[in-house]
Design a protein. Structure first.
Length: 148
């Protein structure tokens, strides 16, 4: 992924959590139409292991655009896409890989010269945040292994 500066870890995008939510919903869903939909979605996604394992290049992200749309369909419902301002991004990068229609319209009206970036963004502080996230995950894994 395109990064503005180096982090002490590799950045990739995984939809594992979204897929887990579908699996949890399937276990409790009573409606047969919803159950059929979730089962077919999960069967479809199994054909693309990178969706769960992680995608680490923009080119791969683009190649999975149709699959990503299907996975994110409940988060970005088609009926609301012209009303909601939403986007899916790659953490710690300027890459936006999925946008609602309204957000897309706002960006297009801003013009090609417009660069979407957070206000008062501090590169050094963001790097520290990234390191803290990595450290906390390391400690959690260490404590879990110690408890086992």
């Amino acid at each position: 992924m395109q990064q503005n500066y180096q982090y002490p870890f590799k950045i990739s995008v995984s939809f594992q959590k979204v897929i887990q939510l579908y699996e949890e919903r399937l276990r409790v869903e009573k409606n047969s139409i919803a159950t059929n939909y979730i089962e077919s979605l999960l069967a479809y996604v199994k054909k693309f292991p990178d969706i769960v394992d992680g995608i680490d290049t923009e080119k791969k992200l683009e190649s999975y655009a149709d699959t990503i749309k299907i996975v994110l369909d409940d988060i970005f419902p088609n009926m609301l896409t012209s009303n909601e301002i939403k986007a899916a991004t790659v953490p710690f990068t300027p890459v936006i890989f999925y946008k609602s229609e309204r957000f897309e319209k706002i960006l297009s009206e801003a013009g090609k010269a417009y660069e979407l970036k957070p206000r008062q963004f501090n590169v050094e502080l963001n790097y520290i945040y990234a390191c803290v996230i990595m450290y906390v995950l390391y400690i959690m894994i260490f404590l879990i292994r110690k408890a086992i």
